[in-house]
Design a protein around this ligand. Sequence first.
Ligand code: FES
Length: 100
Amino acid sequence: MLTFYHEFRRTPGGQHTIKICRAEACQAMHTQELCRHAQDKLRVKFGETTADGKFNLEAVYCLGNCALSPAMMIDGDLYGCVDKERFDDIIADIDRGAAA
Ligand code: FES
């Protein structure tokens, strides 16, 4: 039952939650490439937390930002047109405590 609700966890999550959209408009704009990159960069699969406890990585299905696909959300902040380089820049900013 608990696993049905994606916002609930059995164990503590990371400090920041990254949600990457995997729905149709984002698929058309290469979100699969972004998803692979995010998993490789953070060394986690979707639904997991990084070893240092900083980031949760989650898949979502439309963030209402289809016009700026591929889209992602981190801690409630929405990002559009996210490619691999932009993803790395945003994560680096958050990692060093800078506002994204
Ligand atoms: S399909 Fe990705 S934001 Fe709508």
